[in-house]
Design a protein around this ligand. Structure first.
Ligand code: SAM
Length: 243
């Protein structure tokens, strides 16, 4: 179960993440449905409901990729609101922009290529930030969380949707077997790239568990940090406020 990614340095991790998402971009949505049996749609819908986003608000969908959350927020904020889809990877951004335009989602969405660690936005700018299945790919997570805190308005909230630690032992074992043995095979067949999905598995295993991530958010300045486990803790939604 050691694919050697733990020992890579900062630049190597960023290069690896870039390679992975360039490689999978064109099949990203199909892979999400296959790998999660479609359940990622439920996790995302729950996130939108928990966000409390209303008309006319300004939302940042960070590491937004192919824009599933952006599409939903665009409808919620209406024509006088704004959604910014930011992602470090131009292949993913391109897929997102094309998909949303095909769905007629235009007007209140802007696309920005940006690194979560150094967000190119003014202080106190957004009512809500989401980062969905993105934080685990960021090299310096503490720096990214501080950057998110800076660009949130006072009273604004951050939602982090991410793989986490399964809370039941048997589930944990099945999940490990699935992710180590099956996921890379699906990756091999669909995108001809088992290596990218080995990275995915490894990045999930290395990601901070529920309580650790909560502590990291508090460390970055967030208040009233809570989390909700979904699908037995395979995924968790963390929420925190800037006051
Ligand atoms: N949010 C989308 C979703 O839930 O389907 C996409 C998630 S995808 C697994 C992870 C995304 O994070 C990729 O599009 C990748 O390019 C982006 N990403 C990785 N590192 C990043 C960074 N440092 N800053 C911004 N985006 C990053």
């Amino acid at each position: 179960t050691d694919f050697g990614f733990q020992t890579v340095d900062k630049d190597d991790k960023q290069t690896m993440v870039a390679r992975v998402f360039h490689s999978v971009a064109s099949k990203y949505d199909l892979m999400n449905d296959l790998m999660s049996f479609g359940v990622h749609r439920i996790w995302k819908r729950y996130t939108i409901e928990a966000s409390g986003v209303r008309r006319n608000q300004r939302v940042l969908d960070l590491a937004g990729g192919t824009g599933d959350l952006t599409a939903k927020f665009s409808r919620l904020v209406g024509e006088n609101g704004e959604v910014v889809l930011a992602d470090i990877n131009d292949s993913m951004l391109k897929m997102g922009r094309e998909k949303l335009r095909d769905h007629g989602i235009v007007g209140n969405v802007n696309y920005v290529q940006a690194n979560a660690e150094e967000l190119p936005f003014p202080d106190n700018h957004f009512d809500c930030i989401t980062i969905s299945f993105g934080l685990r790919n960021v090299t310096d997570k503490a720096k990214a969380l501080r950057s998110m805190f800076r660009v949130l308005k006072p009273g604004g909230r951050l939602l982090v949707l991410e793989f986490s630690k399964p809370v039941l032992d048997p589930l944990s074992k099945i999940y490990d077997a699935y992710s180590f043995h099956i996921l890379p095979k699906i990756g091999q067949v669909i995108v001809n790239d088992a290596e990218s999905y080995r990275y995915l598995t490894e990045s999930i295993r290395m990601h901070p568990d529920q309580e650790t991530l909560k502590g990291m958010m508090e460390e970055a300045g967030f208040d009233q940090v809570t989390y909700t486990n979904m699908t037995g803790g395979i995924v968790a939604l963390h929420k925190g406020f800037k006051f």
